[in-house]
Design a protein around this ligand. Structure first.
Ligand code: C2E
Ligand code: MG
Ligand code: MG
Ligand code: MG
Length: 274
């Protein structure tokens, strides 16, 4: 409840802060019991090869459909899982489930989001290896998506983790490129396989010439560094064509498909025969 200030008054600021904190604590407890009660699912969004227009990979995205208090978007509960340390268990659940689900689809790769907090775990690389072994999923079909925050937080740890993962055969992608500092310096220092251009940039190519020029520039930089480029947030045909023309290797967005359960991915492949 609200904190009483020295003068015996409850300030608006304190009341708000306390209710935010209370909500976080409540959600922490819900995540913990949600993990025990298996309320979480993993859905998959197709990633399409720009040339062949075939599904070549999927991105795993966590969902919480059986939360008794109602739905909550992942960026909200992931943030709370990060600050409370529950991200280790949630992250491991996503990784294991995704590897199990995708294991039979030998021609599809799998991309899994990793929180900066997960890399603070010195056993992170070993846990990834464990999840692969558990589901007999080949390392060469797995890609991990990390954000700039992670690279900035601890550059030395980032460098060693990336090289350890790559030594196992796992690919590493820089997610949400174009939202932060997005310096060419990081791209040179960290040996990413792929750059994922955020939807806030890629999704503007049909409306904003500057955004289109930035996408083309990113493709050229990536190509000079031997990295491939995925454009996120492709929502219409015009964007798809422009992003393909700009040289993006792979495309992802609602124009192709929303994230969906693994059964729907299977149905989609049968229907499109891809
Ligand atoms: P992200 O990794 O950048 O994932 C892409 C997000 O964009 C997903 O939102 C996806 O549903 C959404 N998206 C895809 N195509 C389109 C489009 O055409 N238009 C629009 N407007 N949106 C599109 P989602 O699933 O809500 O996830 C949000 C973020 O939460 C993710 O961003 C990622 O940062 C985080 N997240 C989701 N699942 C996990 C997870 O298992 N682990 C971790 N650490 N983070 C996750
Ligand atoms: Mg991602
Ligand atoms: Mg992204
Ligand atoms: Mg994101």
């Amino acid at each position: 409840h609200s904190k009483i200030t020295g003068k015996g008054r409850v300030t608006h600021y304190d009341t708000e802060l306390n209710s935010v904190r209370e909500r976080q604590v409540a959600i922490e407890g819900q995540i913990r019991s949600g993990l025990e009660r298996e309320e979480f699912d993993v859905w998959y969004q197709p990633i399409i090869d720009a040339r062949s227009q075939k599904m070549v990979s999927v991105e795993a995205l966590v969902r919480w459909p059986r939360r008794p208090e109602g739905p909550l978007p992942p960026d909200v509960f992931i943030t709370i899982a990060e600050t409370s340390g529950l991200i280790y268990a949630l992250g491991q659940f996503v990784l294991r489930r995704a590897c199990q689900d995708l294991e039979p689809y030998v021609d599809l790769k799998l991309s899994v989001n990793i929180s900066p907090a997960q890399f603070r775990d010195p056993d992170f690389e070993a846990k990834v290896a464990g999840a692969l072994e558990f589901s007999r999923f080949p390392a060469t079909r797995l890609q991990l998506e990390v954000t700039e925050t992670y690279v900035l937080e601890n550059p030395e740890r980032a460098r060693s983790a990336i090289s350890n993962l790559k030594a196992q055969g796992i690919a590493v992608a820089l997610d949400d490129f174009g939202t932060g500092y997005s310096s060419i310096g990081y791209l040179r220092r960290f040996n990413f396989d792929t750059i994922k251009i955020d939807k806030s940039l890629a999704g503007l190519v049909d409306r904003d010439e500057q955004a289109a020029a930035l996408v083309s520039g990113t493709v050229r930089i990536a190509s000079a560094l031997g990295m491939s480029v995925v454009a996120e947030g492709v929502e219409n045909e015009k964007q798809m064509k422009l992003l393909r023309l700009a040289g993006c290797d792979q495309l992802q967005g609602f124009w192709y498909s929303q994230p969906m359960p693994i059964e729907a991915i299977r149905a989609l492949r049968q229907q499109r025969q891809c």
